[in-house]
Unconditional design. Structure first.
Length: 116
């Protein structure tokens, strides 16, 4: 069982930056592919970014390409999401996701609010 705890959310003005972190425990973090998803009120969950277990491959949703960067530190069991040039439409609950084969885990999420 892997536990995921997100941090770093908050309120920021448009154009600002935030850095989200997800701390993992209870499993072999380096074996998991990791991702961030987000969900705004009344909307479906949206893929934000993913990183492979070794960190060699990264993937981004179209709406965040060029603005967000995902990274991981397998020695510290953490995955981060650097968010720059934030827009009001980035406002959502951001959740960390771990996946290995058919096994996956979700964190509780951290709220990001971007004001115009």
């Amino acid at each position: 069982q892997v536990q995921l705890v997100e941090s770093g959310g908050g309120s920021v003005q448009a154009g600002g930056s935030l850095r989200l972190s997800c701390a993992a425990s209870g499993g072999t973090f380096s074996m998991y592919n990791m991702a961030w998803f987000r969900q705004a009120p009344g909307k479906e969950r949206e893929f934000v970014a993913a990183i492979s277990w070794r960190g060699t491959n990264t993937y981004y949703g179209d709406s965040v390409k060029g603005r967000f960067t995902i990274s991981r530190d397998n020695a510290k069991n953490t995955v981060s999401l650097q968010m720059n040039s934030l827009k009001p439409e980035d406002t959502a609950l951001y959740s960390c996701y771990a996946e290995m084969s058919a096994t996956n885990f979700w964190g509780q999420g951290t709220q990001v609010t971007v004001s115009s």
